[in-house]
Design a protein around this ligand. Structure first.
Ligand code: 3PG
Length: 208
């Protein structure tokens, strides 16, 4: 299991049908983003995950909002290449490890980061980032847990992406701002591509 993340931004896809999910993933890929998290928050989420996995082999598709070990096993069967969870759960972590998939569990507090580190994890999701203290909180956690990498998610947008990415401990930011529901409902996938391109531009300005 390697949990190396090679992209500065991981967009969230929350779709009601597989066709829309694939079109959204294609639009993100066109904009330069090829690591995508499909959240298990719609009835069609597993079908969406499977469709992206089968139709877009160059996209690294993972599953988010994975809440228990059973779901972790199921998303592994459906082609997930990584697992994201809002919290730190033994069952989810153990299932991800058993399926040889990277797991990025959600943490907020020092105790949770410490627990994740002692479970052998090297990358965690900091969620909900903006409500949990944002950049100052991440700086404080990073000063203590010097080997931990963070993926802030929750309230990340074009307005604060650079602030998060400027922290050396931030491996990538996750978020739904790249997949606006209204644009997708209107079939405006060009807007998704543009947002992806803009995010990558921000990342390259910040990290160059
Ligand atoms: C998640 O699923 O990780 C969060 O809901 C994403 O938060 P955002 O919608 O504020 O980006």
């Amino acid at each position: 299991m390697t949990d190396e993340i090679k992209t500065p931004v991981i967009p969230i896809v929350q779709a009601e049908d597989a066709k829309t999910a694939v079109l959204t993933a294609k639009a993100l890929q066109k904009g330069g983003l090829n690591m995508i998290e499909v959240v298990l928050r719609t009835d069609a989420a597993l079908t969406c995950l499977e469709a992206i996995s089968q139709e877009l082999p160059d996209v690294i598709v993972g599953a988010g909002t994975v809440l228990n070990a059973g779901q972790a096993d199921e998303v592994a069967r459906r082609g997930a290449k990584f697992i994201v969870s809002p919290g730190l759960d033994d069952g989810v972590v153990n299932s991800a490890k058993a399926n040889d998939l990277p797991i990025f569990p959600g943490v907020v507090t020092p105790s949770e980061v410490q627990r994740a580190a002692n479970m052998g994890l090297s990358t965690v999701k900091f969620f909900p980032a903006s409500l949990a203290g944002g950049v100052p909180m991440l700086k404080a956690l990073s000063a203590v847990f010097r080997n931990m990498q963070f993926m802030p998610t929750g309230g990340v947008s074009e307005a604060n992406l650079a602030d998060y990415l400027a922290l050396p401990s931030v491996v990538a930011c996750g978020g739904s701002w790249l997949t606006p529901k209204d644009e997708i409902a209107a079939g405006n996938f060009g807007a998704v591509t543009k947002l992806a391109e803009e995010a990558l531009q921000i990342a390259s300005n910040t990290r160059s």
